[in-house]
Ligand binder design. Structure first.
Ligand SMILES: Nc1ncnc2c1ncn2[C@@H]1O[C@H](COP(=O)(O)OP(=O)(O)OP(=O)(O)O)[C@@H](O)[C@H]1O
Ligand SMILES: [Mg+2]
Length: 367
């Protein structure tokens, strides 16, 4: 099911009655969620992710704009008739019901011809439970399950009606690191197996990047960029997106374009074409540094951390906006830790330039 979000806007009256100004939770959102894909909706706390999901499922009414499922305008269709399965930020299982009863719960509300017999409900519950691999736990209560198992019950409950659209609001936030990893792969598998169009909300960029076909990066209710995770990472539209994606994060420097060179402080790091002389903000990804004896970027060495596959070099540069910069180099390269200085060359493809005022990405030919 393709979902079209047209000019979608949600404004809330301010909770402080004395303030007239409204809260714009989602601002003129235009996006097409492709059929059968998994979309990661990503952004910092308060940027409007839950509001967005609540509008898609029908729990919140948009202030402006339209929502289409396929060709059908569902903007005014009540939540229960939209065919949407939702897993909430807190997954809200009924503690006094068994897993089976929790999963069949949404089927109990079916009316008229859609009504199911107990056997039919149980069969559907078994199918949904098998999909998330909890079919052996059907007679337990939520209190007797681990966090990850409870999570899967919530997903099975969302799947039991065979929804046209599956919405997951931070479904992994209550799990420990290992279980998070496992469960997110599980979600990916279930989504592939069922082909249900899915929107997955998270503020964890790594999580979104690892399982999404496409990501949508939001800030303050506004879409910053959409696209395939790798494309958005390689080609961010602005400084916010560049900083939001990637661990360790991009290193940010005050720089300048002068006489055909890109300068970081006193260091001329790369030739640059297509930009007139001007100050710029320079972002260099951690993997964009090459350890080089006579490299142009002069840094003071602080620490070398060997992390199995690669080595992380922590250093200091006067033009860096942060107290320290972090570069990731291959474990084979040896850093001479007896020296106070470490020098790098930088990779043009990992170097990003931004306008100092607007923070919008500047297109230039580097290297
Ligand atoms: N019922 C409401 N009344 C007034 N303001 C609201 C209401 N619900 C949400 N907001 C505001 O709208 C903005 C977006 O909230 P939302 O819950 O969508 O954020 P979020 O991206 O899901 O954040 P989180 O990652 O913390 O869950 C916030 O500024 C929030 O305070
Ligand atoms: Mg939220």
């Amino acid at each position: 099911m393709r979902i079209l979000l047209q000019n979608l806007t949600k404004r809330y009256p301010n909770r402080n009655r004395r303030i007239k100004e409204e809260v714009v939770a989602v601002d003129s959102f235009n996006y097409e969620i492709p059929d059968g894909k998994l979309i990661g909706l990503l952004g910092p706390s308060g940027c409007g992710k839950s509001t967005m999901l609540n509008m898609i499922c029908g729990l919140e009414k948009p202030t402006e704009g339209r929502i289409l499922f396929g060709d059908e305008d569902v903007t005014a269709v009540p939540a229960e008739n939209r065919g949407v399965g939702m897993v909430f930020q807190s997954y809200a299982l009924y503690p006094h019901l068994t897993v089976r009863q929790n999963i069949t719960f949404p089927l109990g509300n079916l009316k008229g011809e859609a009504r199911l017999s107990k056997e039919e409900m149980d069969k559907k519950a078994e199918e949904a439970a098998a999909l998330v691999q909890i079919d052996m736990l059907m007679d337990r209560r939520p209190g007797e399950l681990s966090g990850g198992q409870q999570q899967r019950v919530a997903i099975a409950r969302a799947l039991v009606k065979r929804p046209r659209v599956l919405l997951l609001d931070e479904p992994l936030s209550n799990l420990d690191a290992r279980l998070r990893l496992q469960t997110r792969e599980e979600i990916r598998r279930i989504q592939r197996e069922t082909g249900i169009t899915t929107v997955f909300v998270t503020h964890d960029q790594e999580e979104a990047m690892s399982i999404s076909d496409e990501i949508v990066v939001m800030q303050a209710g506004v879409i910053q960029q959409t696209g395939r995770p790798q494309d958005v990472y390689d080609d961010p539209a602005n400084l916010f997106v560049a900083k939001f994606l990637g661990t360790p994060p991009v290193n940010v420097f005050d720089g300048a374009v002068r006489d055909g060179m890109l300068w970081i402080g006193q260091d001329a790091v790369l030739p640059v074409k297509g930009l007139t002389d001007r100050p710029v903000i320079v972002g260099i990804r951690p993997e964009g540094f090459i350890l080089q004896e006579d490299g142009p970027l002069h840094c003071s060495l602080r620490a070398v951390e060997v992390m199995g596959r690669d080595t992380s070099v922590v250093s200091v540069h006067g033009a860096c906006q942060a107290p320290q910069l972090r570069s990731i180099i291959s474990a084979e390269s040896r850093v001479d830790t007896s020296r106070a200085e470490v020098r790098f060359a930088v990779k043009p493809a990992k170097t990003l330039l931004f306008d100092c005022e607007t923070q919008v990405r500047l297109r230039a030919e580097l290297g």
